[in-house]
Design a protein around this ligand. Structure first.
Ligand SMILES: Nc1ncnc2c1ncn2[C@@H]1O[C@H](COP(=O)(O)OP(=O)(O)OP(=O)(O)O)[C@@H](O)[C@H]1O
Length: 207
C-alpha cells in the first residue's frame, strides 16, 4: 500500500503545528521524518494513523484497512504490568489471530529484537531500551502494511539501534510502507528518503 499526505495542516492547542505538508510513501519504502524537538514529527505520524484530525488537506492510505496500520508511539504504549510476550500477544489477539499462533508470532518477534530471554518478564521490570525493543516487536509482529515508528531507536545502544534499523528496512522490503520519525541524522541516512520538518513546513531533503 502507499500513504499519500496532501497539503495537510494540523492544529494542536489552537495553533498550526503542520502547514501544507505533503508526503508520498510507496510500498517498499522506508522514509525518515526529521526535525528538531517540537517540530511536529509525532503529530505527522499520529495524523497519518488517523488519531489526530486534519484542519485541511487529506490523507489517503490506498485502500488500506485501519487494522493494517501500526503505530509504535514514542512513549512505547506498552502495558507495564503485562510481560513482554503478553504485550505482543495482545496486539495479535486484537487483530483476530488464534491464541496458538499469537504465541509463535510473539516469540519470533521478540527473538528478532534480541529479547527471547526477557519474553516472560514484566515490561515495568525492563530497561528503557528493552521496552523500546518490545514496542518495535509488537509493531512488527502484526505485519502492518503501513508501519509508523516514532523515535524507536532513541534509547538504544549502537548495536540495537543498528538491529532495529535493519528490521525497519527489512519490513519495508516485504512491500510495506514504513515511516520513521527520528532526531538521529545517522539513522535518517539509512532511510530511502527524508522529510524534514521546520517551522511547520515539511521539505523532502532526500528522495
Ligand atoms: N497534546 C497537545 N496539545 C497541544 N499541543 C501539543 C500537544 N502535543 C504536542 N503539541 C505541540 O505540537 C508541536 C509538535 O509536537 P510533536 O510532539 O509533534 O513534535 P516532535 O517533532 O515529535 O517532537 P519530539 O522530537 O520532542 O518528540 C509542539 O509545539 C508541541 O508543543
Amino acid at each position: 500500500m502507499s500513504a499519500v499526505v496532501e497539503d495537510v495542516t494540523v492544529q494542536r492547542g489552537g495553533r498550526d503545528v503542520l502547514v501544507g505538508v505533503s508526503l508520498r510513501v510507496l510500498p517498499g519504502q522506508l522514509v525518515a521524518v526529521t526535525g528538531a524537538s517540537g517540530a511536529g514529527k509525532s503529530t505527522l505520524l499520529w495524523t497519518v494513523a488517523g488519531l489526530l484530525p486534519v484542519a485541511s488537506g487529506q490523507i489517503s492510505l490506498d485502500g488500506c484497512a485501519p487494522a493494517e496500520v501500526a503505530l509504535v508511539p514514542q512513549d512505547n504504549g506498552l502495558v507495564p504490568v503485562l510481560t513482554a510476550a503478553e504485550n505482543v500477544e495482545v496486539a495479535l489477539l486484537a487483530r483476530g489471530l488464534a491464541a496458538a499462533e499469537t504465541r509463535d508470532r510473539a516469540g519470533a518477534a521478540l527473538a528478532a529484537v534480541g529479547l527471547t530471554s526477557h519474553a516472560d518478564q514484566l515490561v515495568e521490570e525492563l530497561s528503557g531500551g528493552q521496552q523500546q525493543r518490545v514496542a518495535v516487536a509488537r509493531g512488527m509482529a502484526v505485519a502492518p502494511a503501513l508501519l509508523l515508528a516514532d523515535e524507536v531507536t532513541s534509547e538504544l545502544d549502537a548495536t540495537n539501534r543498528q538491529l532495529v534499523l535493519e528490521l525497519l528496512s527489512a519490513h519495508a522490503r516485504t512491500g510495506a510502507a514504513v515511516v520513521f520519525a527520528t532526531n538521529d541524522p545517522e539513522a535518517a541516512d539509512v532511510c530511502d528518503a527524508e522529510l524534514h520538518i521546520a517551522d511547520g513546513q515539511a521539505t523532502l531533503v532526500r528522495s
